[in-house]
Design a protein around this ligand. Structure first.
Ligand code: GLU
Ligand code: MG
Length: 453
């Protein structure tokens, strides 16, 4: 399909543009993937060839509006304004250009979806996060964040019984066990190098609970960069595995009877170079109060898939209760004690996984926390026991995607923040996924999640 000529030259004046063009030539990059995350949490995109890059950096690449009505099974939903008629542009952010170490000859850029005249589009997830960051800045705050992902490393093999493909884990090493370092070594070293060369700073790595489970954390960053980093991370985990004839899945529960894969969200809130979680009691209380108050609705965005709710079970350290507590690994919000004297306190939101769209997830977290600060919401008492040992005392998180979506629909603050087009599309896409998986068995659910995430 030929792109329509456009008068938009969105990136033309950006100083990074010349640098990108020079680098692409020097590094032998032929295709530049313009990536975005959709309402199903899937990372999608189109690639520009190097010879057309100068122009495409300005105009973006044309794209159908309908893709934001597509669910994670590639079933298109009926959403007004997201039908067969209409077009947006996938417009890359010049600050995000990065050659892909696991795909020689290719580079990626994280992108916004914009209207044809370059104006923001009401269904663009990255714009949603940028707007949330601006709103937070309007109150004098900035959010620093890091996703802390877990994933399962193995091979994707056909089911001998003829069912959908399965993920067969690489090993059966124990939690934090030294044997696990060796069984996954060749892969993890390649992964660390690939992340570092893309500008992500690797913090820690360990083999975790359950067959093939790995956890590798990266350094925190300002909120937009943290979400971009998580897209790069997801792509790299999968891409490095594929090059080694392996399969890595960040699905929340790729193996029904094994430990789930979280992507706990670490957060700290800053004002005038000060971490308010360290010294501003009122803002800290309000932010936590906001998260607690909006948690049921928030999980519809931070735990974005049907498979997410298989993970949120008590006694799995994934969190199942809407409570907070210091170093409490069964609470939805863990107050993390700082590492060493120079360490900074931060919050860890545990109901968060890699099937979420990281832009929607982080944007919604900002709106929830900000609402708590503005209204001075009281988070209640911290909880210092496993909440599951006190039956009936603490509120449970939603038990299914449908339940979480009900909470989201009833949450005026988040619905308002999402805006009409985005909330209509998100709810339609997610409701359709809930219905599709309810009509099928567990192996169907596991396959489709480990295939995509
Ligand atoms: N795997 C757990 C989860 O699903 C987290 C375990 C931990 O690292 O605390 O969230
Ligand atoms: Mg872990």
């Amino acid at each position: 399909m030929r792109d329509r000529p456009s008068v938009t030259k969105i990136n033309q004046l950006d100083p990074n543009v010349r640098r990108i063009l020079e680098r692409a030539e020097l590094e032998g990059v032929e295709l530049i993937r313009f990536l975005y995350a959709d309402h199903g949490g899937v990372i999608r995109g189109k690639a520009a060839s190097r010879s057309r890059l100068a122009e495409r950096l300005g105009t973006g690449i044309g794209h159908t509006v309908a893709m934001m009505a597509m669910n994670m099974l590639d079933q298109l939903q009926d959403v007004e304004h997201l039908g067969p008629v209409g077009e947006v542009r996938i417009v890359p952010d010049p600050a995000t250009y990065v050659p892909l170490p696991y795909a020689p000859g290719a580079a990626a850029m994280l992108s916004d979806l914009r209207q044809q005249d370059g104006a923001p589009w009401g269904a663009c997830p990255r714009t949603f996060l940028k707007d949330a960051i601006d709103e937070l800045a309007g109150e004098g705050y900035a959010l620093v964040a890091a996703f802390e992902p877990e994933f399962t490393l193995g091979r994707r093999l056909p089911d001998p019984a003829g069912g959908p493909d399965r993920l067969v884990p690489i090993d059966d090493s124990l939690c934090y066990a030294a044997t696990g370092f060796d069984t996954a070594h060749d892969y993890t070293i390649k992964l660390v190098r690939a992340l570092e060369t893309q500008g992500l700073r690797v913090e820690h790595y360990h083999p975790e609970l359950g067959p093939g489970q790995q956890e590798l954390s990266v350094r925190h960053a300002p909120a937009l960069r943290a979400a971009d980093n998580h897209v790069i991370y997801r792509e790299t985990v999968r891409g490095v595995a594929l090059r080694m004839q392996m399969w890595a899945s960040l699905a929340p529960k790729p193996l029904a009877d094994q430990a789930g894969n979280g992507a706990h969200l670490h957060l700290s809130l800053w004002r005038d170079q000060h971490n308010v979680f360290a010294d501003d009691g009122a803002a800290r209380a309000g932010f936590i109060g906001g998260l607690i108050a909006h948690l049921p609705a928030l999980t519809a965005l931070t735990c974005g898939s049907v498979n997410s709710f298989r993970r949120l079970a008590p006694r799995t350290w994934a969190s199942a209760y809407a409570v907070y507590g210091p170093d409490n690994r069964e609470a939805a919000i863990r107050l993390c004690s700082p590492l060493g004297e120079s360490g900074e306190p931060n919050l860890e939101l545990k109901p968060s996984d890699s099937s979420a769209n990281p832009y929607l997830s982080l944007g919604a977290v900002i709106h929830a926390g900000l609402d708590g600060i503005r209204r001075g919401l009281d988070p209640g008492e911290p909880v210092d026991v496993d909440p599951d040992t006190r039956p009936g005392r603490y509120p449970r998180l939603p038990a299914s995607l449908d339940e979480a979506l009900d909470a989201l629909e009833a949450d005026e603050v988040l619905m308002e923040a999402l805006g009409p087009l985005r909330r209509t599309a998100y709810l339609a896409v997610k409701r359709s996924e809930a219905a599709a998986f309810a009509a099928n068995d567990v192996s169907f659910e596991l396959f489709h999640h480990l295939r995509v995430f």
